[in-house]
Design a protein around this ligand. Structure first.
Ligand SMILES: Nc1ncnc2c1ncn2[C@@H]1O[C@H](COP(=O)(O)OP(=O)(O)OP(=O)(O)O)[C@@H](O)[C@H]1O
Ligand SMILES: [Mg+2]
Length: 253
């Protein structure tokens, strides 16, 4: 099967620093790929390349088999790639619903044609987007918080808002950067269920330090260390790989 997203020999440099070196990975529709590795290994940079924020110095990125060249972040969003940011990345001055609408805007019709068709169309689009945003909040169990400012909500709820903002565009590929960080055990459990539920509709790449979650929800794992892929495999294979244990998982106590 042709992977949804396929990176080959991707190298990213920041001035003198090589953040990613010759990285290859593939994710297929309906699967969850985990990316693990120590701090500074290049995990977030990998997402930044995958969604077009950062252009690699070398390598190719294919979407459904077709090479993406010089795509800007907004056009990649048009293909159906959505992400959450490490931390929260919510707009403090916008309500929960408005924050989610920022994500929904990705697939909104805009441009000269919709301007010509006039404001009624725009109003209808906005009503549709609001309904979709509210439906996503309901799905994540936080509809009651739609009018609140993020700063007034518990951290776990804010993380859900960030997830809702990524889900509302109905992406084909969802990139989650440390979705479990700062969450309580029961919230992590629910997050795992939500990710698994989403994976029946689309593909997921998740960067995560919580090994229990990663081992439970991922079909395959990629391990990065100092910008290089040091192992790829199923969770069981990765858990017993001596290089991974040495570089990242540590010696069992
Ligand atoms: N925009 C940038 N400019 C310069 N250096 C950068 C930039 N972004 C990342 N780096 C560097 O690239 C390396 C990889 O960073 P990255 O954020 O991808 O790591 P990470 O694996 O996500 O780490 P963490 O687990 O701490 O989130 C680090 O050395 C970082 O300092
Ligand atoms: Mg990171």
């Amino acid at each position: 099967m042709t992977p949804l997203l396929h990176l080959e020999n991707v190298t990213v440099r920041f001035d003198g620093l090589v953040a990613l070196r010759d990285v290859g990975l593939a994710v297929e529709a309906g699967t969850v790929l985990g990316v693990i590795g120590p701090n500074g290994a290049g995990k977030t940079t990998l997402f930044n390349v995958a969604c077009g924020f950062v252009r690699p110095a070398q390598g190719t990125i294919r979407w459904c088999g077709e090479e993406l060249r010089g795509h800007a972040a907004h056009s990649l969003a048009g293909l159906g790639i959505a992400r959450t940011l490490q931390g929260l990345g919510l707009f403090a001055g916008l309500t929960v619903l408005e924050n989610v609408l920022v994500g929904a805007g990705v697939r909104a019709r805009s441009g000269p044609l919709s301007t010509l068709l006039g404001l009624r169309r725009a109003a209808r689009d906005e009503a549709e987007l609001r309904m979709r945003a509210m439906a996503t909040l309901t799905e994540l169990g936080i509809a009651d918080a739609h009018a609140a400012l993020p700063g007034s909500l518990p951290y776990g709820t804010r993380k859900r808002v960030a997830l809702a903002r990524a889900l509302v565009s109905e992406p084909r590929l969802l990139l989650l950067d440390e979705p479990a960080s700062g969450l309580a055990a029961d919230e992590i459990e629910e997050l795992g269920e939500e990710i698994a539920r989403f994976a029946t509709r689309g593909a997921v790449i998740v960067v995560e330090h919580n090994m229990d979650l990663v081992m439970r929800i991922c079909d395959r794992l990629v391990v990065l260390d100092f910008g290089e892929v040091i192992a790829t495999g199923t969770p069981a294979e990765i858990r017993s790989d001596p290089r991974v244990v040495e570089a990242y998982l540590g010696v069992p106590a």
